[in-house]
Write a protein that binds this ligand. Structure first.
Ligand SMILES: [Zn+2]
Length: 239
């Protein structure tokens, strides 16, 4: 068979198609990874991991005291229309009483917030955090639990009475069960202990998850921390 015939055979055409698709996928991936390579939208958000955590905690101190800054949303719009470089990614519970942007006194473009009831690191959440770290160059991930978490309370109740929650709710309870089981029989309040353990377990999970998060962590380009929000004071206690 001549070269011309070979290139027109079904097998060869499939090879060409596969190559074209692979090249296209590579181009998309390259565009994704370089999407934020230009000048950062907020230069003040280019921080070391420790400085990012310090800024979060200083913002929380202002929030606790009722001294939150006035944020000029109008003048930030143009810069943020061109890109984003949030200085922290927050994995928070969906609870309506927890508002990361308020509790750390931050503005638009500052926090990359992933929320799910029970603040646990599902595959979707991990992928979102990988995007923040790899593409947006976010230096800090904070897993933020909170007092009186209904998702963890419901998990404790189902583990006690053996009932199954309706609908898709077991997906959440299953994800939180390890934290509840780990503190069964420990001194102190079961719910408070489970909330803290859930944060700790998810910090550990994120730190061990490769290839992106673990690699950035090993290179000391990011830090993964955990905290619990106290409803009465608004204080975030790092754990
Ligand atoms: Zn909650």
């Amino acid at each position: 068979m001549c070269e011309g015939c070979a290139s027109h055979s079904p097998i060869a055409r499939r090879g060409v198609l596969k190559f074209a698709l692979t090249a296209a996928a590579g181009l998309v991936a390259q565009q994704l990874l370089t999407a934020n390579a230009a000048e950062p939208a907020k230069s003040e958000n280019v921080l070391s991991p420790d400085a990012a955590l310090d800024r979060l905690m200083k913002g929380n101190a202002r929030y606790i005291e009722g001294l939150s800054r006035r944020h000029d949303f109008k003048h930030e719009r143009e810069a943020l229309s061109k890109g984003q470089n949030p200085f922290a990614a927050i994995l928070s519970c969906s609870d309506s009483r927890i508002v990361p942007e308020y509790c750390f006194d931050t503005a638009r473009g500052d926090l990359f917030v992933c929320r799910v009831a029970g603040n646990f690191a599902s595959d979707d959440i991990i992928a979102s955090l990988e995007y923040a770290v790899q593409v947006l160059q976010t230096p800090l991930i904070l897993v933020l639990g909170h007092a009186a978490c209904g998702a963890i309370d419901a998990t404790i109740k189902t583990s006690k009475d053996g009932t199954t929650l309706p609908g898709h709710l077991p997906l959440i309870a299953n994800a939180l069960m390890a934290a509840v089981a780990a503190v069964q029989g420990a001194p102190g309040d079961l719910l408070a202990n489970a909330i803290r353990r859930n944060v700790a377990l998810n910090v550990e999970k994120l730190m061990a998850t490769g290839p992106i998060l673990k690699s950035f962590l090993d290179d000391k380009k990011i830090r993964v921390a955990g905290g619990v929000y106290e409803l009465t004071s608004g204080r975030v206690e790092l754990i």
